[in-house]
Design a protein around this ligand. Structure first.
Ligand code: SF4
Length: 114
């Protein structure tokens, strides 16, 4: 099977094809550099995403604050993380860039103050 990607690592956006046979990567075509190859191999074998969300803040000037994970999270763990974030409630003050929580060793960082 051939999977087609547009690389998102840099603005060139190379069109990359990854050939997978019996669950193993057989060939990668179209990468102009090793960073793109690393990214696409991760996409095929263990895709990860930085997750953004909004959580309530008690006692702040605004009722909610936006947050994100400090690092990419394996896609299969995203539903569990979203359940954690749905239960998360913060107390003001919250500063931009502050680590407001930690989940499975992954920091949750505020991207807006409240
Ligand atoms: S493969 Fe390399 S050059 Fe091409 S888009 Fe990805 S990072 Fe950029």
């Amino acid at each position: 099977m051939i999977y087609r990607f547009t690389c998102i690592v840099c603005p060139l956006g190379c069109a990359i094809e990854v050939e997978v046979e019996n669950g193993k990567v057989k060939n990668v075509r179209g990468c102009k550099c090793s960073r793109g190859k690393e990214w696409v191999l991760q996409e095929v074998t263990s895709p990860k995403r930085v997750i953004m969300s909004v959580v309530p803040v008690e006692g702040g000037a605004l009722p909610t604050v936006s947050v994100k994970t400090a690092e990419p999270v394996p896609k299969e763990l995203i539903p569990e993380l979203m359940e954690f974030l749905a239960e998360l409630k913060l107390k003001a003050p919250v500063e931009v860039g502050e680590t407001v929580a930690e989940w499975n060793g992954i920091k949750i960082v505020a991207t807006r103050g409240a």
